[in-house]
Ligand binder design. Structure first.
Ligand code: SF4
Length: 244
């Protein structure tokens, strides 16, 4: 990875060649399998292995990140950088914040282009599996970014919350444009159109809260994937990681 990330960086920081690994459980989840209850056949697993190998060779994971001081907070809103973001119950969930961190992650467009070519060639099973691989790849990258931010915050006695994205947790998708004004996607080649549709499609934008009193009560899942050794704040043992 490039240079260490500062969690309160005011200028956009770009991390490229991120050593992220695609989470195989996520791929099967995108395929509709429920862990422990539905088991894929050998044929599906062979297709899965082929698609993961292809996806790993095609992905170009990178993310851009910037922190913005919080000007005001209320039960359902955060004001920062001239934007007013409305997220239901955000103050109860995240507590008092010093700043918000906005990140945009992408694995590039090579996977979606190959998916499109496979559909054109009527190779439907591999096309559909590779599409799930692309979705899992960017999800793994966003998890990786959340862990990197948590790790960067600890030496500064700050905490980083879980991430939320427009379109989830009651946050209106239309506020995607506000997020892009706070942290443009241009340095990593991500654009947003008038319908709030991001390109490349295998992209996730997110926001985290940062602060000495930020709440991390439900950080167990995050810690389970985090590779940081001897973290004094770990809330759950690591059971797997998306770090290569
Ligand atoms: S183990 Fe948990 S608390 Fe420690 S850096 Fe990783 S995500 Fe953060």
């Amino acid at each position: 990875m490039s240079e260490p990330l500062r969690v309160l960086t005011a200028t956009a920081a770009v991390l490229q060649d991120v050593p992220v690994r695609i989470d195989r459980d996520d791929v099967l989840r995108f395929q509709g399998y429920k862990k422990g209850t539905s088991v894929p056949t050998e044929d599906v697993l062979a297709l899965f292995d082929e698609a993961v190998e292809l996806g790993e060779s095609l992905q170009a994971p990178r993310f851009v990140y910037r922190a913005i001081p919080v000007d005001a907070q209320s039960a359902d809103t955060i004001e920062a950088g001239g934007e007013r973001l409305r997220i239901p119950s955000i103050e109860r969930l995240w507590g008092r914040l010093d700043a918000v961190g906005v990140g945009i992650c992408t694995v590039g467009d090579a996977i979606e282009q190959r998916v499109s070519a496979l559909f054109d060639a009527r190779e439907f099973p591999l096309a559909v599996m590779l599409d799930s691989v692309g979705s899992a790849a960017v999800e793994s990258l966003a998890e990786f970014a959340n862990d990197v931010l948590c790790q960067a915050a600890l030496p500064e006695t700050l905490r980083v919350t879980n991430r939320v994205s427009p379109g989830y947790a009651g946050w209106d998708t239309a506020e995607q444009s506000a997020l892009f004004r706070l942290c443009p996607g241009e340095p990593i080649g991500v654009t947003l159109n008038d319908a709030c549709f991001m390109s490349p499609t295998k992209t996730i934008s997110f926001m985290v809260g940062v602060g000495a009193e930020a709440r991390v009560d439900h950080y167990f899942t995050q810690c389970r994937r985090c590779w940081m050794v001897d973290c004094a704040y770990r809330r759950a043992p690591a059971d797997h990681t998306v770090h290569r």
